[in-house]
Design a binder for this molecule. Structure first.
Ligand SMILES: [Zn+2]
Length: 544
């Protein structure tokens, strides 16, 4: 069987090779009769939603896709826990004084300090939703303040209250100090000041509670069957919602995953109160930024956002960064020179997927599966007949610098490669990010400015003259990098000059620095004719 035939067979099967496939298989094994699975994630929009929060959503997205690939229906829930109390004003927020006044109110009730959205919660929710949709992640959003205020959880709260003693026992098992005698899993927002600074005085019935507010000093009663304002504390709220929504899979961060943490107690509470098994769980670890310097800290308080990552990385590459790592390993997203490596590795993964890059069958299958998870639009099985146009990030950075960031001129340079509108879209998507990276994050040694009026006086005149002649030869613009490099080395050999010294001489002319991008590739990127003109100018400076 030929190599090509072997490869085309791979697309026929559903691969069970990625961790998300393993989770999907486990879920199906656990619930063999189930046709529709519920996969959930969620966070409290208590401030800027960062890349670590995104990891939770993308972890679910991979499992959702693995289930869809197995012809299962899936509901992907994303819970905005915006009925949580506003506990702390983040230091990077404007209007600190205004926000201080709204502490302990539901986040969905706190005004937007930027004045753009109906609430503080909505501001961060909508920003993140817009970011995440660019990556093809489109869950069903639940804004928890709505079901809570509409009484959708009344039965769940009643169930929890009916089993409060058992809940306290479960929670105490993972505590050093037992919960105080007056502890309750209920949290009541005061009807006067909207804050959760209340203590329960008495349960008048299973839906009516009297309370005292420690802030406005008022006593009052609240009837949760008729009005909002009552919620469950996190450790009980979470398992209640697993039961209510029928959640089959939900990942959690480190903070929820420790022994005796909220997942552990949730497992027992959901079994005890709602007679149900907890969802299958995957722990995910932290994500940080590397090499971003102070650039990111001002807007997000040292937390990298998805929006900031999207300015440097293409959506598919962000998906790939997460898809190619196990969720329980922490890692850093690079903003330094390693950005180039990430782009190169992704391009390589794409070539593996299209059968262009050689590798053993297992490697190719794995890379192809990661590539499938990386694509913004889910298509399964995918047609791998034609590798799309690839633009090496490093090369693109050089071409852009030669043209001082002029995207149109850079596009002209690639006119031989850009053949379709898709190619053009791929070029633009990458080029604008490459230029952003050059101007804001690239280290100095990577940057250069082409010297159209060179000031350097060349030292090695004879080989330089030969190089100029070479760059004027017929058809040179069609040469490969290798051909030009070989011919350049012949010149150096003939003239008995050290390559290092000669290169330095040429780089000083071209970019006024002792080094630069790989010379042959660089001369072709500048254009042989244009390169020869610059070198000639330097020679005439030397003579004059
Ligand atoms: Zn009050």
């Amino acid at each position: 069987m030929s190599e090509r035939n072997k490869k085309s067979n791979i697309t026929e099967e559903i691969p069970n090779i990625h961790w998300a496939d393993h989770v999907a298989e486990e879920l199906i094994e656990k619930h063999p009769q189930k046709e529709k699975f519920v996969c959930a994630s969620g966070i409290s929009p208590s401030g800027v939603v960062h890349i670590g929060n995104f990891r939770e959503a993308i972890t679910v997205d991979f499992v959702v896709r693995a289930l869809l690939d197995r012809n299962k229906a899936v509901r992907f829930l994303y819970s905005w826990d915006d009925y949580d109390a506003f506990r702390k004003v983040p230091a990077n927020m404007p209007n600190q004084e205004m926000l201080q006044k709204h502490l302990r109110q539901p986040i969905s009730l706190v005004p937007d300090p930027f004045g753009q959205y109906p609430s503080y919660a909505a501001h961060f929710e909508k920003r993140f939703e817009a970011e995440i949709s660019q990556l093809g992640v489109k869950p069903d959003y639940i804004y928890q303040n709505i079901p809570y205020r509409e009484g959708k959880y009344v039965q769940g709260i009643k169930d929890a209250l009916a089993h409060e003693k058992e809940i306290i026992e479960i929670l105490n098992r993972s505590r050093t100090e037992p919960l105080p005698d007056n502890w309750t899993c209920l949290s009541i927002f005061c009807k006067t000041c909207s804050k959760d600074t209340t203590e329960l005085l008495k349960r008048e019935s299973d839906t009516i509670f009297s309370y005292h507010c420690k802030v406005c000093k008022k006593d009052n009663t609240i009837d949760m069957s008729k009005e909002g304002g009552v919620k469950l504390l996190w450790r009980v709220d979470w398992p209640m919602r697993w039961a209510q929504e029928g959640v089959d899979f939900e990942p959690g961060g480190k903070d929820h995953s420790s022994q005796g943490g909220s997942y552990d107690t949730g497992v027992e509470i959901v079994k005890q109160v709602w007679k149900r098994e907890a969802p299958t769980y995957v722990q995910y670890d932290f994500v940080i930024a590397k090499g971003a310097g102070a650039k990111l800290s001002s807007s997000s308080g040292n937390l990298l956002t998805l929006g900031e990552t999207l300015e440097i990385y293409e959506p598919a590459i962000i998906r790939w960064i997460f898809a190619s790592r196990k969720p329980n390993l922490d890692f850093a997203i690079a903003f330094d020179l390693d950005v180039i490596k990430a782009y190169d590795d992704f391009d390589r993964c794409e070539r593996f997927a299209y059968g262009v890059e050689e590798g053993d069958e297992k490697k190719v299958r794995y890379e192809r599966r990661i590539y499938e998870f990386s694509c913004v639009d889910r298509v399964f099985p995918r047609n791998y007949s034609n590798l799309p146009a690839q633009f090496s990030f490093r090369h693109l950075c050089n071409v852009l610098q030669i043209h001082q960031g002029d995207l149109e001129k850079a596009k002209e340079f690639y006119s031989g490669i850009i053949k379709t509108t898709e190619d053009e879209a791929r070029f633009c998507c990458r080029a604008k990010r490459a230029w952003k990276w050059i101007t804001e994050f690239a280290p100095e040694e990577f940057k250069f400015a082409l010297q159209l009026q060179p000031s350097h006086r060349p030292q090695m005149v004879a080989p330089l003259k030969e190089l100029i002649q070479l760059l004027k030869e017929d058809g040179v613009e069609k040469w490969t990098e290798e051909t030009l490099a070989t011919r350049t080395f012949e010149i150096m050999k003939r003239n008995q000059v050290e390559p290092k010294a000669f290169f330095q001489d040429v780089y000083r002319i071209l970019v006024n620095k002792p080094n630069g991008p790989k010379l042959a590739s660089f001369l072709l990127a500048i254009g042989p004719k244009r390169s020869s003109e610059i070198l000639e100018k330097a020679l005439s400076t030397n003579n004059g």
